[in-house]
Design a protein around this ligand. Structure first.
Ligand code: ZN
Length: 350
């Protein structure tokens, strides 16, 4: 069997899974062998060197039922109710504390610089970027943003699907473009500037098209969507049009390929029987516009249903073998698996 490649990944929901499983007390299981898509033994097997660990505040009634609602020929899930800062902040602190406990137990290193990432890749410790998916816990004066930045926050998506004071995200809707609602509010524009100033990466995945173009007009950093796919191949509201991909290219940014089956399949359905060829078609399409330096991986492990051919993090070598069989050379495989994330973060965090 051929050697695998080191994967650094744009999105996982491990922290949410542990928070739902009891918080800090759930951390020890990660080292031994855990439920879900990622734990340390399977990560080692899959060549998973780390990634963006999302802090995410669930909506009431937010569970796997959504996957069933999305296993239909078309669907339009209602936007969940807004969550207040008072309700969001304790959840965010709880999930940040889980990541800190993981670091305390030697499972991960919370990376604050690309030097930290490179040291992890060399030394074999799992690299974690503290990321926030939806910024409900942040106040308009950015006190919480400063404190979380000091705790290691280096990446933030202003919105998930819910409406917020910053703007709103797209609903889980198929077929649909991303033009489903308003753009950034004035506060949302200030949030982008505040992130730029602190060298916190702004994540465009989940934003409406209007919000996307607002960020593109304001941000001085490369444009990044950590876990999104090509709308030309799967007409989900969560995916990016060729015009959006061109804007990301122009900014020197990148897109992480989302493994969620509903954002891969041409029929938009959350069903696990997705051939690896579908993932390669998205990679080819993304690279057709973004080039070889503008594409990476953004699995959504522990947050979505992934193709049964991959299954979990231990299945990553299957995808890498498929890339090689698809005539991607070794240099390109390395860029897709981790090199491009380093390039973009070098520019964003410098
Ligand atoms: Zn997401």
């Amino acid at each position: 069997m051929r050697r695998t490649a080191l994967v650094f990944d744009g999105h996982n929901d491990v922290l949410l899974r542990m928070w739902e499983a009891g918080g800090r007390s759930a951390v020890a299981a990660f080292a031994k062998g855990d439920k879900g898509h990622i734990d340390l033994p399977r990560a080692r097997k899959g060549g998973f060197g780390g990634g963006f660990f999302a802090i995410y505040v669930p909506s009431p009634g937010d569970d796997e039922d959504g996957f069933e609602d999305m296993a239909q020929p078309s669907y339009d899930l209602p936007l969940p109710e807004p969550v207040s800062q008072a309700d969001a902040l304790p959840v965010v602190l709880g999930q940040a504390a889980i990541l800190i406990e993981m670091e305390r137990q030697g499972q991960v290193k919370i990376c604050r610089s690309t030097a930290d990432l490179r040291a992890c890749f060399k030394g074999g410790r799992m690299a974690a970027i503290m990321h926030m998916e939806g910024a409900e816990a942040i106040d308009p004066d950015f006190h919480a943003l400063d404190v979380l930045h000091a705790a290691g926050l280096r990446s933030l998506g202003p919105v998930w699907s819910r409406p917020t004071i910053w703007g709103e995200g797209v609903p889980f809707r198929f077929p649909s473009d991303g033009d489903t609602g308003g753009g950034l509010t004035e506060a949302g524009k200030n949030l982008v500037r505040a992130c730029n100033k602190r060298h916190i990466m702004v994540d465009l995945s989940h934003m409406t098209e209007a919000g996307f173009w607002d960020v593109a007009a304001i941000s001085d950093a490369p444009l990044v969507a950590t876990h999104s796919n090509a709308h030309a191949l799967c007409a989900s509201a969560r995916n990016l049009t060729d015009k959006q991909l061109a804007a990301i290219t122009e900014s020197g940014g990148m897109v992480g390929l989302n493994f969620a089956t509903a954002f891969l399949r041409e029929d938009g359905q959350m069903k696990a029987d997705v051939p690896l060829e579908t993932m390669l078609r998205h990679l080819d399409h993304l690279m057709g516009i973004l080039g070889e330096d503008g594409v990476g991986l953004g699995s959504d492990f522990d947050g979505a249903q992934v193709p049964e051919a991959i299954g979990d993090v231990a299945g990553l070598p299957v995808l890498i073998t498929a890339m090689r069989d698809h005539q991607y050379g070794e240099a390109l495989v390395e860029k897709l698996c981790h090199g491009n994330w380093l390039r973009v973060l070098d520019k964003t965090w410098e």
